[in-house]
Design a protein around this ligand. Structure first.
Ligand SMILES: [Fe+2]
Length: 393
């Protein structure tokens, strides 16, 4: 039995992280450390007004830091959300942002902070080549990230995913200065997260670690992080879903989320490439969608990753320490935590195949897949996920 009170740490990798139960009480101190006197808290409408957020705002207020809330953030944030946030920031003469919530709120908050000094449109800073070097860096607002889900890892990431409504595509906006300056990783903030969201976001964290690990790029540092990130997801995710108030499970799954995001600078792959179009067109939950497509992508990639996955299976201590054992583990975890088996349950039909495959092929994550994939290959995986057919099983 692990005492969650002992799971406390001050980490400086990849940014300053204050990890531990109850550390949300350090929010005023974090503001002070960054010289923030007039913070704007950015969150989503579901969280605004919940007791965990009220407590954070009260802590700031009693420390002389009045903290207005901006909550016009959609589940898959769009440019209009970023623009409205920039306007609110300027109107209130704010000097820093508290990004409070799940991936959507954190991404939107980071994009708002980044856009404060920019004169060019946000799409100029899509993560392509060295586009980020054209950004204005002076005046980017400092960000304190307070995650309330354990999935995206956006709190330790240098990018934000924003949906371009004109083309219904998710675009990755990247700048090194988008990395939050301080993260408050308090497992207590996650105890109210509904089971379905715990499961879905946890599958996003697992997908980040898994895809980073499988990406063929040379990055042994990321490989090491990703392996342990997968192990933490294996040990703790189902428990966090079963026992939402288990603080050790919340602490370790939160850590797996940080690790996934730290590792995926190495690359992602077809899980994300297939998931992004489904999210854009059918408004599905990103993490849940990753969980749905995960075994189909693993099976498709088998020729390139079989030995590597066997190594991971041994590290994870799986009963059957080989590729099939790992596939069994993913399928069993998915069903244990209530993730659907196929994309039909997410609303996809054969009519979507061509359009979604074309979108997946140009998704920037597709290029990190261990087996090269274009529209034809990605369509093939979508078909398998429609039919519920995992190759080799
Ligand atoms: Fe993701």
């Amino acid at each position: 039995m692990i005492d969650p009170k002992t799971l406390v740490g001050n980490w400086s990798y990849p940014t300053s992280i204050r990890a531990g139960v109850g550390r949300i009480r350090e929010l005023p101190d974090a503001c002070r450390a960054l010289g923030i006197r007039r913070p704007l808290l950015v969150t989503d409408p579901a969280l605004a007004g919940l007791p965990i957020m009220a407590a954070a705002i009260d802590a700031n207020a009693s420390a002389g830091l009045p903290t207005p809330v901006f909550s016009e953030v959609r589940a898959n944030p769009v440019l209009a959300n970023v623009d409205a946030g920039v306007a609110a920031f300027r109107r209130g003469d704010h000097d820093g942002i508290i990004a409070f919530g799940g991936g959507s709120a954190l991404d939107c908050a980071k994009a708002i902070a980044f856009m404060i000094p920019q004169t060019r449109p946000i799409w100029d800073f899509e993560d392509v080549g060295d586009a980020w070097t054209g950004a204005q860096t002076s005046g980017i607002a400092p960000v304190i990230a307070v995650p309330t889900t354990a999935g995206t890892g956006s709190e330790v990431g240098r990018a934000a995913v924003i949906t371009d409504e004109a083309t219904r595509t998710k675009k990755i906006i990247f700048h090194p200065r988008m990395l939050p300056a301080i993260v408050i990783a308090d497992p207590e903030l996650l105890v109210g997260l509904p089971r379905r969201l715990t499961a879905a976001t946890g599958m996003d964290a697992l997908a980040h670690n898994l895809e980073a690990y499988c990406s063929p790029a040379h990055h042994p540092i990321a490989d090491g992080i990703a392996l342990e990130g997968m192990r933490l997801a294996k040990e703790w995710l189902a428990l966090a879903v079963r026992e939402p108030t288990n603080l050790a499970a919340r602490a370790y799954t939160l850590c797996a989320a940080h690790m996934g995001a730290a590792a995926f600078q190495k690359g992602l792959g077809a899980i994300h490439a297939l998931s992004h179009p489904l999210g854009s067109v059918l408004d599905t939950h990103h993490g849940e969608t990753n969980g749905v497509v995960m075994p189909y992508v693993l099976a498709f990639n088998r020729p390139a990753i079989e030995e590597k996955i066997a190594r991971a299976a041994r590290y994870l201590g799986l009963d059957r320490p080989d590729f099939d054992g790992f596939l069994d583990f993913v399928v069993a975890l998915r069903s244990e935590i209530g993730i659907p088996d196929g994309v039909r349950e997410l609303g996809m039909t054969e009519d979507h195949l061509d359009a979604l495959a074309a979108m997946a092929a140009v998704d920037p994550t597709a290029s990190g897949n261990p087996v090269p994939v274009g529209a034809a290959e990605l369509r093939e995986i979508y078909v398998a996920a429609l039919e519920g057919r995992i190759a080799g099983r």
